[in-house]
Ligand binder design. Sequence first.
Ligand SMILES: [Zn+2]
Length: 291
Amino acid sequence: MPRLVSWNMSHWQKTHEQRLQAWNHLRSLKPDFALLQEAVPQDDLPASRCVFRPGGIGSSRPWGSLVVSFTEDIDAIQRVRASGRAEFDPHQTYPGALAIAKTKSGLTLISLYAVMEHGYAITTLHRQLSDLTPLLDSPQGKHAILAGDLNISTQFREPHRTRHANALDRIGSLGMVDALRMNRPPRDPPTRCPCVDRPCLHVQTQRHPKSATPWQNDYVFVSAALAPNVRACHPIDAGYPWSLSDHCPVVVELTPPPPPPPTPADSPSSAPPLARPRPSPRAAPRTMPPN
Ligand SMILES: [Zn+2]
């Protein structure tokens, strides 16, 4: 049963010791795969089990998004070919804020961080969704899990509430289902949620030092074909994790999905393969950052 954790580890706000504790906590959750944001790979992670852009988001932010495997080697997805069209690099917007990997069982794992830019994350997120559209429309998108800190929520006041709901609808239009909203296992809504949703299906994934609002900025989306396989999706929102990051981990467990549809890379008649790591000045594959 694949078990995944998505977590903004808040690398830049933490001490070396706190970062070690956070990685230890992540391992204690026993995930097969982790989709991490604002993080840096541990030195002992084999390069074949980690997708991360060296240097992270940029010179002032040398941390970024990762996909980590604790069980098997994974392949970085650097380029996409959808329906015979020319290859496309989905890392167009803040390349270090996006990490994409393919597992041996054919899952496409997308770790996404919507960078705040001039006070807006929604503008970054829309560009990232445009970048990801060919991937999610391709055969590789049929068994995809997209998770991370999107920095949006319908808990905000207008006009942001409508704009953020629109972005979440856009993700739905790409064939992705919000796994936290499946409410598996059933849970009570957070107290003091400022949304107008009825029912409220928010979960708290972030604590802000100046706000008592139970903010949800973190999400897990699965392809519609995987939605029946979601056994559980919930935050680890009690106690200890909050000492490690201002976000808490979100866990998703799936029953084993059926084999994914064949990709052009699986077809001997197709031209160049998909989903193979290719050296690129924008996003080198499966390499660790300099220390
Ligand atoms: Zn709510």
